[in-house]
Ligand binder design. Sequence first.
Ligand SMILES: Nc1ncnc2c1ncn2[C@@H]1O[C@H](COP(=O)(O)OP(=O)(O)OP(=O)(O)O)[C@@H](O)[C@H]1O
Ligand SMILES: [Mg+2]
Length: 247
Amino acid sequence: MPDPAVAFDAVSKSFGSKEVLKNVTFSIAAGTAFVLLGRSGSGKSVMLKIICGLLKVDSGSVAVHGNEITKLDSQQLAETRRHMGFLFQSAALFDSLSVGENVAFPLRRNTRKTDAEIREQAKDLLQKVGLDGEYDHAPSQLSGGMRKRAGLARALAMEPSILLIDEPSAGLDPITSTEIDQLLVDIKTKHHATLVVVTHNIPSARRIADQMAFLEDGHLVAQGTLKELEQNENQLVRDFLKSQQAG
Ligand SMILES: Nc1ncnc2c1ncn2[C@@H]1O[C@H](COP(=O)(O)OP(=O)(O)OP(=O)(O)O)[C@@H](O)[C@H]1O
Ligand SMILES: [Mg+2]
């Protein structure tokens, strides 16, 4: 068996006296899409930030492609992170850079490609997310959904083996949201990337997920395929999945 893309073993994390994750254990097989569900404040974003090493755990271990990330020094962690793409909840773009230069940013920083190559690649990425023609615009000129898509293009720039996405459909209309989901599934299939997606959007979760997990009060209370979760003994999980557009 190859190493899982991500493996949590008995992970706990608190902020002050607030325990956000309590003894959480799960793994995500490489090349699959894992969707994390749970109510607001349940710790989903914290989990993504732990996977990319932005937050440290209090106890337990976190392995990424078999490497225990809590033991890496900052240089090794940076190297591991180069193989990850993130799209955070706020889709933070750099306001001082054009949309295209936001997408080009990781390429300028991490590769030795020429300016022309980088511009070309950034344009291709923008086209992929339906933002062709936006290269020279300022992020402030984009709608919320367009910013999200620009953030996704930037996350894809380094062809990540693990893509961490916090709420891909927040602020998007259902059609754009479906397109983004399709793009994510394509990336998974064509590049054998692992997706870790947090969403409140149940139709979107249904489209993307190979495996789903449900976080409640710091515990991972359910994990499995959509079918398995629909029959879960926990009513909250079943109700959550029945809602068409929760959150
Ligand atoms: N850096 C931090 N410092 C202190 N508390 C934090 C920090 N980050 C998160 N928390 C707390 O951890 C808990 C979980 O937060 P998290 O952002 O993971 O929730 P979430 O499941 O992503 O919620 P939402 O669906 O609203 O985005 C919250 O109580 C939050 O206040
Ligand atoms: Mg969140």
